[in-house]
Design a protein around this ligand. Structure first.
Ligand SMILES: *Cc1c(COP(=O)(O)O)cnc(C)c1O
Length: 296
């Protein structure tokens, strides 16, 4: 199996014609290039959990997610690489056909255990898989070790250059890590892709170690909630690709780029701003779109 390739990551200038009257610069950190499956922020969020599991002699990783979870498939692939057994506790009933994400996870050897939505929300492990040799990772890699891993994302760039660090927000684990690692003059901007602002705010507060850092959670671009999309969003993703060659996904980074484009055009960023936009991967999520929806 292909290993993760941090050396593939690039920092690329990005410019859209619509920004030409605005005095800002923007770069994209292409974490999507690490690996076709463990792309983007998931590898960073998982790294310390997996190290911790190995150093505590745990041979099985158990984690949680839905049928289209990037975290599930990234965990499956990372465990295969590290020769760890992996079990995915999946929300909902087993369908006759697995989603593309789950069949990929199963292909990496992850054992899938489906539990109904009520039990899932309690994060109660089924009796038969409780085992002292297993190591549990929260849904989405949420937690201190996840954000500590995400903080290392900024080791890849000359971070002092940037006035704003922009990312998509699900559990906010990545954002919390970025806030922690950001230079104190910078503002970290999170674009919420779920309709869960109070929870995301709480998650940030519980994970950051440096409350004096500047950050902003923006809630105007979730397009109705997790994995919800509109024709306008899809059109923008195609436009972004046509003008810049940067692919995005409709769950996370499409909403992030849409939001940043919108905020630039509204004059949100002061003159001379230098933005770093985190491309957190997730492109495999586009598999669920019908053919021809996207031009990339
Ligand atoms: C999981 C994911 C996120 C969200 O990360 P959180 O740490 O949960 O906020 C953002 N972008 C992509 C592509 C993801 O897969």
């Amino acid at each position: 199996m292909q290993s993760t390739q941090l050396e593939n990551i690039t920092v690329d200038d990005i410019f859209l014609q619509a920004w030409k009257n605005h005095d800002i610069k923007a770069s994209v950190l292409r974490l999507d290039k690490i690996h076709p499956v463990i792309s983007g922020n998931k590898w960073f969020k998982l790294r310390y959990y997996l190290d911790d599991a190995v150093s505590n002699n745990k041979s099985t990783i158990i984690t949680f997610g839905g049928a289209w979870s990037n975290h599930i498939v990234a965990t499956a692939a990372a465990c295969k690489m590290k020769n760890l057994r992996s079990i995915g506790i999946i929300r909902g009933k087993a369908e006759k056909y697995l989603s593309a994400t789950l069949s990929q996870a199963a292909g990496y050897g992850m054992e899938l255990v489906f539990i109904d939505r009520d039990k899932y929300s309690e994060k109660e492990l089924p009796e038969n898989i409780k085992d002292s040799n297993s190591y549990i990772i929260h849904e989405g890699g949420w937690g201190k070790m996840g954000s500590k891993g995400a903080a290392t994302i900024l080791d890849l760039v000359e971070k002092e250059e940037y006035s704003h660090i922009c990312c998509a927000v699900g559990t906010a684990t990545m954002m919390a890590g970025l806030i922690t690692a950001a230079p104190s003059k910078a503002t970290t901007i999170g674009i919420n892709v779920l309709k869960n602002k109070p929870e995301a705010e709480e998650n940030i507060l519980s994970l950051i170690d440096s409350p004096e850092k500047k950050y902003l959670l923006i809630d105007d671009f979730h397009f109705g909630g997790y994995a919800k999309k509109t024709a306008e969003l899809i059109a923008f993703m195609n436009h972004l690709y046509a003008e810049t060659g940067v692919p995005s996904d409709f769950v996370y980074t499409g909403k992030l780029f849409f939001a940043i484009d919108n905020m630039i055009k509204q004059g949100f960023f002061p003159g001379n701003s230098d933005l770093l936009i985190i491309h957190s991967g997730g492109l495999q999520g586009n598999i669920s779109l019908s053919k021809g929806t996207l031009i990339f």
